[in-house]
Write a protein that binds this ligand. Structure first.
Ligand SMILES: CC(C)(COP(=O)(O)OP(=O)(O)OC[C@H]1O[C@@H](n2cnc3c(N)ncnc32)[C@H](O)[C@@H]1OP(=O)(O)O)[C@@H](O)C(=O)NCCC(=O)NCCS
Length: 201
């Protein structure tokens, strides 16, 4: 671990990730963001990444799965040191793995056998029960509960307060709307909402 961390993305998600980074021991945390409205609070834009590569660790705090993937892949190609952030007040089984660039937020509960890919967001107060498999660049929203042996495909976004019953697979590139209840496999890409979920797009 280097002393300084560069966080790409200075929005609300970046703010929460920076607090976790501080709790993980980073003393200096800098932000890069391409949004001109953030220019007073950041140290530069993504065009400045190269300058920080030798001395800093990196984390991408962009809630959008596609954008997060883009910048993580850019950092991988540049041999950047991408870190994983885990809030100390999460409850996590020893039988668990997580890929680089993922974040696990406060109040998350992770039971044995869970495998999480890279660049994933496991948001505040979510629970992942035994043997869940969470793909790369997935975002599981706040207060969502996945029962045992649930599989979530790459780049899928599961919104806030979703419930997924046990032994369900959700394929890649899906959006599951806030408050949905998933009781059958989702096999086709698209947007799903409701109780139980139905496809809207
Ligand atoms: C599902 C979602 C992505 C759809 O957004 P959208 O593509 O802009 O869709 P729209 O707002 O145009 O809604 C389309 C229809 O679906 C309905 N709908 C949208 N989201 C819904 C939801 N979560 N539950 C039930 N119905 C929903 C709308 O009422 C609308 O119905 P209508 O056509 O009868 O009027 C969005 O509403 C959502 O739930 N996002 C999750 C956000 C979230 O959880 N953020 C926190 C992450 S930590």
């Amino acid at each position: 671990m280097k002393k300084s961390l560069v966080i790409i993305g200075a929005g609300g998600h970046g703010k929460v990730c920076s607090e976790i980074a501080r709790l993980n021991g980073y003393q200096t945390i800098l932000f890069l963001d391409d949004n001109p409205s953030k220019k007073d609070i950041v140290s530069g834009t993504t065009a400045d990444i190269e300058r920080y590569l030798p001395d800093c660790d990196f984390f991408v705090a962009l809630g959008n799965n596609e954008l997060r993937k883009k910048y993580l892949q850019l950092l991988e190609r540049a041999n950047g040191n991408i870190v994983t952030l885990i809030h100390p007040q999460s409850i996590i089984s020893d039988d668990f793995s997580v890929g680089e660039g993922s974040v696990i937020m406060a109040g998350v509960v992770i039971n044995p056998g869970v495998r999480i890919g890279k660049g994933a967001i496991i948001n505040t107060s979510t629970s992942l029960d035994h043997d869940n498999v969470i793909g790369d660049y997935v975002h599981i929203g706040v207060g969502t509960h996945l029962a045992g042996t649930v599989h979530i495909g790459e780049e899928t976004f599961v919104g806030a307060g979703v419930t997924v019953i046990n032994n369900i697979s959700v394929c890649e590139d899906c959006i599951v709307g806030a408050g949905a209840v998933v009781i059958r496999d989702i096999k086709e890409k698209g947007t799903y909402v409701g109780v139980p979920v139905r496809k809207i797009k």
